[in-house]
Design a protein around this ligand. Structure first.
Ligand SMILES: [Zn+2]
Length: 398
């Protein structure tokens, strides 16, 4: 997998989570697993099953889930980090750590575009990408995995620039269209160079997000042929329905729906993907912090919105933010299966939700309560400070 993040776990640490009431796998082909326990060694999942059947001997940490649900840690496919846990656009500190309290354990940069004085010359943009990749690998607020270092392409870049970036460890392109390259043919050439050297790409879809950015329509999106169609529901201004349909039908690339976009267009995209039998293409992001700001619960809000208004089973909506993204972006997290990183969110119905259990709560549009977040097999937070309180709350026993 191209983008494994070095595990932060002690290689001898053994984690057992038992009494799981509902195990969400993240796998859209089989979103619920018949199991009540998970074991991880050295930060990686080693066993999933009934607690009586699996090897839980010698666990160094035991978590009693007390009947709550466990899902893979959520993945935000679209953020714009800047420096550390600070964003100048909204003058906020600790927004990444706050997002951990929304159940997110992995974030993917769509470009460090809010950096004050962002360089736009080729040498400068390459240097900044390498810096961001290094800085966010080394700095993980609350343990959050941040895949950053996503250069925004500019005219004048040549094939060797993409090779140099790849050799230096850069694995992502920022949103095509946020820099000077806004035409289909140039974008297509650069995206193909990036792909040739193992660099994934995404594109800004729709109207300008903030003054200074531009319109990217369906023709440019399809010609550029990025791996992910970034915020196909607009960021914020969406394309007309017929163009969104044209994108959905005209390629097999990822269809990214973001919180800071147009909700009606998100539901239209979801409906189109379902009609096509291609829900595995749907992935979720927040696009924070942009003009709409930071959304610590943005991914949970998207899951609840799509499930309640988009007529999607809640366990499937969780796959949009976990397994779908992990597969599309070659991440080693996002699925409950042996060998994957032990990144989990433990959650339950919110207290006083009209829903009787987690799934019904989400289907009714209520946000669930997060009771614990685990990254690389280590509990990072207990009860979330941001979600409504969960009904059933897990507990670390030893
Ligand atoms: Zn954008």
């Amino acid at each position: 997998m191209a983008q494994d993040m070095t595990t932060s776990a002690d290689p001898d640490a053994k984690l057992l989570i038992r009494n799981i009431g509902l195990l969400l796998s993240g796998d859209i082909g089989r979103p619920i697993l018949d199991a009540d326990a998970v074991v991880a060694v050295g930060g990686r999942i080693t066993a999933i099953g009934r607690v009586s059947d699996i090897d839980a001997e010698g666990a160094t940490t035991v978590i009693d889930a007390h009947g709550c649900a466990l899902a893979p840690g959520l993945i935000d496919s679209h953020v714009h980090p800047v420096a550390g846990d600070w964003t100048p656009r909204q003058s906020q500190l600790n927004w990444i750590e706050s997002t951990l309290h929304g159940g997110v354990t992995t974030m993917i940069s769509a470009g460090e575009v809010h950096t004050p004085g962002r360089p736009r010359d080729v040498v400068g943009l390459k240097a900044m990408a390498v810096f961001a990749q290094r800085a966010f690998t080394a700095f993980r607020p609350g343990g959050m995995k941040i895949h950053a270092g996503a250069p925004v392409i500019e005219p004048g870049m040549e094939e060797h620039d993409f090779k140099e970036l790849a050799d230096a460890g850069v694995r992502l392109l920022g949103e095509v269209g946020l820099g000077g390259v806004k035409d289909g043919p140039t974008a297509r050439r650069m995206v193909a160079w990036a792909r040739q050297y193992g660099i994934q790409s995404t594109i800004h879809t729709g109207g300008p997000s903030i003054p200074g950015s531009g319109l990217i329509d369906a023709g440019v999106v399809l010609e550029a042929d990025t791996d992910v169609i970034g915020h196909v529901n607009g960021g914020h201004t969406a394309l007309p329905d017929r163009e969104i349909r044209c994108i959905c039908e005209g390629c097999r690339r990822g269809l990214e729906l973001v919180h800071n976009g147009n909700e009606r267009a998100a539901l239209f995209t979801l409906r189109t993907a379902r009609e096509m039998g291609q829900l595995e293409r749907v992935i979720l992001g927040t696009d924070g912090p942009a003009g709409s700001g930071v959304q610590p619960l943005g991914i949970l809000r998207m899951i609840a919105m799509l499930s309640s208004l988009g007529d999607v089973a809640p366990e499937v909506a969780f796959c949009f933010a976990t397994g779908n993204t992990a597969r599309m972006r070659a991440l080693d997290t996002g699925l409950i299966e042996a060998g994957r990183a032990a990144d989990f969110v433990l959650l339950d119905r919110a207290q006083h939700s009209a829903g009787r259990d987690l799934l019904e709560c989400v289907q009714l549009g209520d946000l669930p309560g997060v009771g614990m977040v685990v990254i690389d097999g280590t509990p990072r937070i207990n009860r979330s400070r941001n979600t409504p309180p969960a009904d059933k709350v897990p507990e670390v026993l030893a």
